[in-house]
Design a protein around this ligand. Sequence first.
Ligand code: GLN
Length: 435
Amino acid sequence: MKYNAIVEKLDIQTNKNDGKLHDWTFAIKDNVNLIGSKTTASSALLENHESIYNAHICDLLLAEGVHVTAKTSMDELAMGGTNRSALTGPVKNPYDPTRISGGSSGGSAALVASRDVRAAIGSDTGDSVRKPAAYCGIVGVKPSYGRISRYGVVPYASSLDHVAYFSQNVSDAALILEVLAGRDDRDMTSSYEPVDAYASLLDLDLKGKKIGVFKTVNDAVENKETQEAFNDVLNKLEEQGAILVEKTMDKALLRALLPTYLSIANAEASSNHSNLDGVRFGNAIAGENLDDLMKHTRGQLSLASKKRLIYGASMFLDEGDEILFNKAKRVRRLIVESYERLFDDIDVLLSIAAPNPAPKIEETQVKDLFSDEHLIADNYMVIDNFSGYPSLTQPMGMSDSMPIGLNISAKPFAETTMFAYAKKIESLIAWKGEF
Ligand code: GLN
């Protein structure tokens, strides 16, 4: 199917008469339960898994008149950043089908970029909505931790998992959050914080406003075109009277982001996915005894997933090795404390979302695993999963005929502020995209 983005075509609309998002076409990532569809999370193990209930977000969208047209492809169990491991094949980027759309929410990103749907649901544990948004030239929103209920979404790493989504512009993004945000008793991490009328609070005068610029991240970007596009945006903000404040963070802490993320995420994932054993969930493959059945059943996982789960279980959760998991959590705390301080005198922090446009599908090797470009520029967005701060990626220009994006982060539950800045930037850039 188109771009390998769709795993199941759907035609679900329960409220056909009205609603805040009446008749908006929506795609839903395949790790979200929706009655009338399969929820496979791109895993052979769950290939036949029919959803038997609706995720909270699906109830909310359907009540507001949304028309769900597809379930979308993803990296298996959301454990990846490229969609190369997707069960239905690598998702192609609508701007250039020889390139990836990013992951793990790559199918949703591709369909919004190609205008096949107006908006789409994804999930973001490390950057799985914001990175594909940058690669596909669309808006990607990961709100504050607890802002949207995760009830009914297949978990990856519970202390980092967020429901997140894609849209074609900032106004749509603001309206979607009005629908999705709010307390749900079925997710104990869901917040009681009141929900704003985000879409009607987008006006902003930049005169005298201080904007943080994440210098340590931007300095780690080597691509000149990305640098220039970002500097153009900064110049435009200054022309509007904004005051730019450069923000730096200890490089050693930023270099620790990726290893800390992988330690925490893989440990939590191995615990969350221990129920994919053929007894509780998943296509069972019989064996001589229960152990064999579990081994055969879990053998259906991709090599990439197996590596993560084995690493998570053996390095971090085994008796005695737990100390490593606790160390990772301490490093996370240090990073978050230092990140929080950046916001002492600013409301939003801007940075380059991804150093380069989407890589080619066959380009599977990272140039230098220990470079700052990889450790910092390409993976820093996980800092907003560590801290739970809201974060939004939006297009800022083109490089190599491909979209490139910038990222805005704001203080917890300051989505209103985040959207207002994003809207202003959108109007200054007037980026149209190809479609
Ligand atoms: N790139 C991250 C990873 O590979 C993103 C995963 C996510 O946010 N689901 O784990």
